[in-house]
Design a protein around this ligand. Structure first.
Ligand code: PEP
Ligand code: MG
Length: 904
């Protein structure tokens, strides 16, 4: 019989932090805190295994579950000295979701389960606080009808609003009619009447009665939490975060403790260190007389936890440190216990019920990349963690965020400020303002930079938040939904910019007397919390000494090299700054696209449209000095480091002139008419150019093209050697699938090498000769390819294209469907498909090494900068990965972590 339930609490604890997969993060950490002797209200966790069995059984509970629940509930009752459903001393419980990794706000929670007509009088009697009991009942009705009766049952409301909004409207109308400013102002009679009206509305609207039986409520709530794993929001979040569907969620059922029992009760959220900056300060927010949802929902601006948490927005509000000093000290001790136990920053939730402190959650806190760096270095320097742990604390992907732009401080000095808020997500961003998540998605789709402006965000806004370059809200604190999600993604975000009055209907925001409309441009400084009018310049954030030190330590553990893909001396110089150890891919053809490319492009076109070999050779002779100079410049920048120079790769028709003016120019140069230019161009058109006359195939049809390029490479190197430099060129042949192609090109290379040596009176030019492996056939016959090739570079863009048969240029039209239907976990052009493309790489490595044990092995497809793919490359035993300059630090860190994890 499978065991589904694990208890926790002062009396009995079954699980611990190591059981995250089975108990979810929340359940595992509640158990761990209970083991540490912290004040955790007793409860039990229903395992993720039960969630999966529930789905397998066709959304039905396993037969043994209810009796397990009744036994565990008995233990909570014994500890709390109350009974679930008891008329005299009724126990209430919360039902919370908890997956293996945190999915903030994506799944459901139901509080106050067990309140009904038979238990209300007992609770009133026990608490002596009738208002509190009816407020708790009102909250239960609102949450339960929405989550259990509507969403979990897939009811699609006719009015498009849903029961929750209907009930909220009723409550707001009541507050307006009676002039109540806060929920807490509502009179007892009005609260009681509201609960009755809520239940009537539910019965009319959802055509079923609000359950009045505690056990029916409980089982309904548990099922609804399971179902919320497959809710729209949770599924979207999983796709974005690449969380597998098969994990499932656990459900935590726990004795309720109340932060809303009056002015000696409170609730709060805190971080053991500042999640934005990483400073070693206890950091948090709290509300007196409130339930936890009130802090996170951003409905009231929360109070600062202590002096360190005060800012411009909340400095007038009392801190917990001032208002409840004894409890604050107790919480501060718990903070220290948790940090020294977990040795990492924790995000905690607590509740104070009538002067007694309870811990409701702890988990590793989300943080900005800068905070992660600062905390890891501080903890290492304080001796809390070792060097390897420090290196693994920073997610390589998050470096992207740290290296991303900030608002140029010089521009900020003169910029016009619109509003100020809390600095919830780092860096800078600018964009056109939009007021709904849908608008953000639509505008981003057409390539607009947008800033999503909301009163506050809810999990329903998730897609829009993702699409926007930044998020700005009028309400909410540092722990509000917007702040948590944005911080997790490293997205620029400002919350609680209270001066903004947002009118979603008119798509307007008013600040004082100024009105801004949809489409107006704002710039956000998410590190300071300032909103500016218009677009400001951004600046690179690389020069951080802590970052440089951290990376130097990480490099000590790395065994795999990191090179860059760079086609210009400027890119090469940038990559060197980021720590590149060479160029893994120099795409020759790029010199015909970028700046100053008019003349070489013209000459290339002339060569392409030449008819006879003589004509072509004449054009190539003219082209030679340009190609040689470009290569020489790059070799010079990378002096002493290897530079892999790839021979011409794309099909020739890509370069054919389209405009009549360009065609005329070529016609004139070749002494032919326009008609003839068009005729020659048409001959070059292919049905499938990606698998057409490209790469090595061009060099076989037209050896003189290869010869000119090889000559340019050797001559550039020879000239540099003569001037005292140490160039390290590597000649790479693209799109090969047969070892004889390499033999063919090698002959040209050997001849050319001898000629250049002679011409420059040199004894040798150090160089390597190798090939891309980007066609499955080439991978499978790698033993033969390695006879001539001294190195392989895996071109995983084409290798993925040809392994899947997915066109890399047309993937956008169907990839999202593949992800949505969970056919693929991720886009294989972004993260290497280890199953098949990875197998081809493994085969090629093994067979290549058999022929040539010292063969150099690299990767130069886009995957070279993707951390998961880098880990794979390390395991596959590659010599280096090569990626775009900005991803070099990501690859360096990912490679260091792969080496550390392999040895652990
Ligand atoms: C590749 O195919 O992976 C590659 C690096 O070459 P390109 O992207 O230029 O085709
Ligand atoms: Mg390729």
């Amino acid at each position: 019989m499978t065991r589904y339930i694990y208890e926790f609490g002062p009396g009995k604890t079954d699980g611990d932090a190591s059981l995250k997969n089975l108990l979810g993060g929340k359940g595992a950490n509640l158990a761990e805190m209970a083991r540490l002797g912290l004040p955790v209200p007793p409860g039990f966790t229903i395992s993720t295994e039960c969630c999966n069995d529930y789905f397998d059984l066709g959304w039905r509970f396993p037969d043994t579950l209810e009796s397990e629940i009744r036994t565990a509930m008995g233990h909570i009752e014994d500890q709390m000295k109350m009974k679930f459903g008891d008329p005299d001393a009724p126990l209430l419980v919360s039902c919370r979701s908890g997956a293996r990794s945190s999915m903030p706000g994506m799944m459901e929670t139901i509080l106050n389960v067990g309140l009904c007509s038979t238990t209300i009088p007992g609770l009133v009697e026990k608490t002596g606080n009738e208002w509190f009991v009816y407020d708790a009942y009102r909250r239960l009705i609102m949450m339960y009808s929405d989550v259990v009766m509507e969403k979990a049952d897939h009811v699609v409301p006719e009015d498009g609003m849903g029961i929750r909004l209907n009930l909220e409207m009723m409550m707001n109308n009541l507050k307006n009619d009676k002039g109540y400013e806060h929920d807490t102002d509502i009179s007892l009679q009005d609260m009681q009447a509201l609960c009755d009206r809520f239940k009537k509305k539910i019965s009319q609207y959802l055509k079923k009665e609000f359950p009045d039986d505690p056990w029916e409520q409980l089982m309904g709530a548990i099922g609804a939490v399971f179902k919320s794993w497959n809710g729209k929001r949770a599924v979207s979040y999983r796709r974005i975060e690449h969380i597998p569907d098969a994990w499932g969620t656990a459900v935590n059922v726990q004795a309720m403790v109340f932060g809303n029992m009056g002015n000696t009760s409170a609730t709060g959220v805190a971080f053991t260190r500042d999640p934005s900056t990483g400073k070693n300060h206890f950091f948090g927010e709290w509300l007196v007389n409130a339930q936890g949802e009130d802090v996170v929902a951003g409905i009231r601006t929360p109070n600062p936890l202590n002096k360190d948490t005060k800012n411009m927005q909340n400095q007038h509000l009392p801190s917990l440190e001032e208002a409840m000093p004894v409890l604050y000290d107790q919480l501060y001790d718990i903070r220290n216990t948790l940090e020294s136990h977990y040795k990492d920053m924790q995000d905690i939730e607590f509740t104070i019920q009538e002067g007694t402190l309870y811990m409701l959650q702890c988990r590793v806190g989300k943080r900005t990349a800068t905070a992660a760096l600062n905390m890891a270095m501080d903890m290492y320097e304080q001796g809390m963690i070792d060097e390897k742990t420090m290196i693994c604390r920073l997610n390589p992907k998050s470096l992207d965020e740290m290296l991303h732009p900030i608002v140029d401080p010089r521009e900020e000095k003169t910029a016009v400020q619109v509003a100020e808020g809390l600095p919830a997500g780092p860096g800078g961003a600018w964009g056109k303002i939009v007021f709904t998540a849908d608008d953000a998605v639509q505008m981003a789709k057409i390539g607009e930079n947008v800033i999503l402006v909301r009163e506050e965000t809810s999990p329903e806004d998730i897609e829009g938040m993702r699409a926007a370059s930044a998020v700005l809200t009028a309400r909410g604190g540092m722990t509000s939904h917007a702040a948590l999600v944005a911080r997790g993604w490293g997205k620029c975000c400002i919350v609680g910019a209270g001066a903004m009055k947002i009118n979603v209907k008119n798509r307007q925001v008013q600040v004082g007397t100024r009105v801004f409309n949809e489409g107006d441009v704002f710039t956000l400084n998410g590190t300071k919390g300032i909103v500016y009018d218009g677009r400001l310049k951004m600046k690179d954030a690389l020069e951080n000494p802590k970052f440089i030190k951290f990376m130097a330590i990480a490099d000590r553990h790395r065994t795999m090299g990191v090179r860059t893909n760079a086609d210009t001396p400027e890119d090469a110089a940038t990559a060197l700054k980021f720590g590149a150890q060479g160029i893994g891919l120099f795409r020759t053809e790029h010199m015909f696209y970028g700046a100053d490319s008019d003349r070489p492009l013209f000459l290339l076109r002339k060569m392409i449209l030449s008819k006879s070999t003589d004509e072509r050779q004449a054009a190539l002779d003219e082209l030679f000095p340009f190609v040689k100079q470009e290569i020489r410049n790059t070799l010079e920048v990378m002096d002493t480091l290897p530079v892999t120079l790839r021979l011409l790769d794309p099909p020739l028709h890509e370069f054919v002139p389209e405009s009549e003016a360009n065609q005329m120019e070529i016609a004139k140069a070749l002494g032919i008419d326009l008609e003839e230019v068009n005729k020659r161009s048409r001959v070059l058109k292919e049905s499938n150019p990606m698998i057409g006359h490209r790469g090595v195939r061009l060099g076989i049809t037209f050896p003189e093209i290869t010869q000119m390029q090889v000559n340019a490479i050797f001559t550039a190197a020879a000239e540099l050697i003569v001037s005292g430099n140490h160039p390290m060129p590597e000649i790479m042949v693209p799109v090969t699938c047969n070892e004889k192609e390499l033999t063919f090109v090698k002959k040209i290379v050997d001849d050319c090498y001898q000629n250049v040596l002679k011409a420059h009176n040199l004894e040798q030019i150090p160089y390597l000769f190798g090939t891309m492996i980007e066609i499955p056939r080439a991978a499978l016959i790698a033993d033969k390819m390695a006879k001539d090739a001294q190195f392989f570079s895996f071109g995983t863009n084409d290798l993925t294209q040809m392994t899947f048969g997915f066109s890399r240029d047309d993937i956008g039209s169907f990839m999202n469907d593949y992800i949505d239907h969970a056919i693929l976990d991720s886009d294989p052009f972004e993260t290497l498909d280890q199953e098949a493309v990875g197998s081809l790489i493994d085969i090629a490595v093994e067979r290549g090494r058999k022929t040539r044990p010292e063969i150099k092995l690299g990767i130069c497809g886009e995957h070279g900068g993707d951390p998961a793919s880098v880990t794979f490359c390390h395991k596959a035993g590659l010599t280096y990965v090569s990626c775009s300059p900005y991803r070099v630090p990501i690859a360096r860190l990912a490679a260091a972590q792969a080496a550390i994890q392999e040895n652990d």
